[in-house]
Design a protein around this ligand. Sequence first.
Ligand SMILES: [Zn+2]
Length: 418
Amino acid sequence: MIAMPPLPTTVLGERLMTLAADLNQYTDEPGRLTRLYLSPAHRAAAEAVMRMMEAAGMSAHIDAAGTVVGRYEGIEPGAPALLVGSHIDTVVDAGSYDGMLGVLAGIVAVEELARRGERMPFAIEVLAFGDEENVRFPTNLSTSQAIAGTYDRAWLDGRDYDGMSLREALLAFGGDPEAVTQLGRDPSSVKGYIEFHIEQGPVLERENLPVGIVSAINGITRARGVVTGEAGHAGTVPMALRRDAFAALSEMNLAVERIGARDPSTVATIGMAKVAPNASNVIPGRVDFMLDVRAPDDPVRHAIVAEMVAEMRDIAARRHVALDLDLYFDAPATAMDAGLMRALETAVTGQGIGARHLPSGAGHDAMAMARLCPSAMVFVRCKGGISHNPAESITVDDADVAVRVLVDAIKAFAAHNG
Ligand SMILES: [Zn+2]
């Protein structure tokens, strides 16, 4: 086999951008991009992705849960596969790259390997998941969980806002509700999973880096709380005699902010606060609120949450208000695989780029896939860190770097996993 010379231009990035623009036409709402799981637009986009995969040299099909699966055989047909993927469902009024970037990077990378006539000692499968954004049904990463073998049949009974069950929607889409629990892969048939995704944050842009390697997907604690004080006339109750629930929560929020900021990899937010009675001339008697704390390390997260709770209770006691706190949600962090991360580091530094590691603050299909096989993620710089918005934007140059990094990482992985 004669080695092909490297491409001198950004032709791979241009190819990715062309395919992304093509996928944009498949929307459930004219004038903006909305592509919910199992909608007619999702079906059309899945078929388009299948055609893109076939044009890139893969065999492709849509599985029982709606994931598009493209396979590029290795040197020996039927070999275990390195999986590369992300999702093609979107939020309402979405951008063009959240999810699609990772699917298209896989397709263009395979297309480039096929152009060079190169095959690996393993197969490469590109996966276009369909249920990542969690918009339509009360599920969580159901399509990637199907492949990971962790699909819960009860999800089929979940209903969308129009009352349609997931089972009915899957049938209308052309899927097979009876077969979704049989999609789980044998761990011995997969080498690993790599997902490229836009960063959805400002770190890479600020540090002038096109890509970064995800160190872990953050674990999350969510709590709902109620601070109860005493409502009263804003004009007549002296300050010293007040039990202002909103003032107490304000002090608690400053403690949350201070404790959450101590470690640069942790984040903490009170993003919802509902003041009652919410009138300009009444001292707030009650505030309902939600607390969200995320960290790449579970013991660190549990420690800072415990510290926040203790300080919030102290503040409540000192201010003579009641604090009711329910830590109702705890999702562990997902570690990324060291071997795949090394292959990605080799590929990134090979492009003359520093290998920056950063945690993922958002959830991704890689969380589900990590339960099946070694998994890793790469973030690609996006303009202003903006996502879930039509203003979502990446450059051709960065798309090009992403595909090159993926191609090189696949080869670096092959060198150590023949
Ligand atoms: Zn996404």
